[in-house]
Design a protein around this ligand. Sequence first.
Ligand SMILES: C=CC1=C(C)c2cc3[nH]c(cc4nc(cc5[nH]c(cc1n2)c(C)c5CCC(=O)O)C(CCC(=O)O)=C4C)c(C)c3C=C
Ligand SMILES: [Fe+2]
Length: 387
Amino acid sequence: MGRTGVLLLNLGGPEQLEDVRPFLFNLFADPEIIRLPSPWLQKPLAWLISTSRASKSQENYKEIGGGSPLRRITEEQGEALKAYLQKLGRDVKIYIGMRYWYPFTEEAVAQIKQDGIEELVILPLYPQFSISTSGSSFRLLDKLWQDDPALQKIDYTLIPSWYNSPGYVRAMADLITQELDKLPDSNTGHIFFSAHGVPVSYVEEAGDPYQREMEHCVDLIMQAVGRPNDFTLAYQSRVGPVEWLQPYTEDAIKGLAAKGIDDLVVVPISFVSEHIETLQEIDIEYREIAEEAGIEGFHRVPALNTYPVFIEDMGNMVVKALESPRKLFSDAAQLQKEVRIYPQDKSAWGLTPFAEVWNGRLAMVGFLALLLEMVSGHGPLHIAGLM
Ligand SMILES: C=CC1=C(C)c2cc3[nH]c(cc4nc(cc5[nH]c(cc1n2)c(C)c5CCC(=O)O)C(CCC(=O)O)=C4C)c(C)c3C=C
Ligand SMILES: [Fe+2]
């Protein structure tokens, strides 16, 4: 058996307040996050949005202690995974590749190369596939692999999504039932799945399987919970002026309050670690909305973090992948056929006269928009919901 590695892919988050603006720049510079008709606009727009959004975003990070816990938790997950694999007799090196902050995916891949890894399992820490998350990381890996013949020698297996993996479903059901059992009447708590949203166009135009996988995932978890409780799936954290998947979490909470629901058991479902959208958005913002709307019991199911049933499931997925190398890769190839991940590839590249004129005009508009924002605090980016 050759040297074996597991690459855990994640989003990354700012560790201190000074990191927030450059982190946001990296995020918005990704065409899988903001889809523009021309790649030339990507960086100017990323600069504009990150500059104008930074202070509001910093306020939110301040409320959770000044930075994201994502790196720490991902490292803990990696250590727990390594220990579990060791128990199974597998000596595996774990690498963490974040998409928008340290340790960057590029650094992890350079280390994998330096360590002479021969067999690699690539495991995104997103249970459901989205163009905007796992898709973006896969695209980056694809580019790194294409540019480097040494990487092409690695025997790798990519796990595109795993929302239906039995251990993951069981782990989610365990944490939900533990929370339900704290209620005076465990059968009446309304189970409220709050998933990170994506724009509707990702699903309807680009073929993102995210919503389909999310709905299937919720059904599987509810079957595993095996209780008579009612449930809702809603989508949170929308950014910008376009339509995102509905129902929106805040509207769904208000709707349930109007129906007289007393106990809401909120389940963060699209992500396996605590992060700003659980600790700030759910625990502070949505709690306030729920309480103002008259819901007395707002309970939150913790994220999986290093919950042993979940870590063991990750370990079992890794072992399965190692025992059937490249088998799961065909799923990913199929996925790439179904999902139009790279719409920008279709547009003409190069500094054509058309592109030059429009980039110049848009840069001027952008600059004026930013000035207006800064002077008045009520410019077009506020109106568009990007600040
Ligand atoms: C499955 C999870 C996620 C999906 C889908 C997703 C899509 C998505 N996100 C944005 C914009 C932002 N995301 C931000 C932070 C952030 N997002 C996720 C997860 C998903 N995003 C995580 C784990 C984090 C990091 C949290 C941390 O602890 O630091 C942010 C920055 C925070 C903020 O300013 O609100 C933005 C912005 C878009 C536009 C998008 C789909 C197109
Ligand atoms: Fe996000």
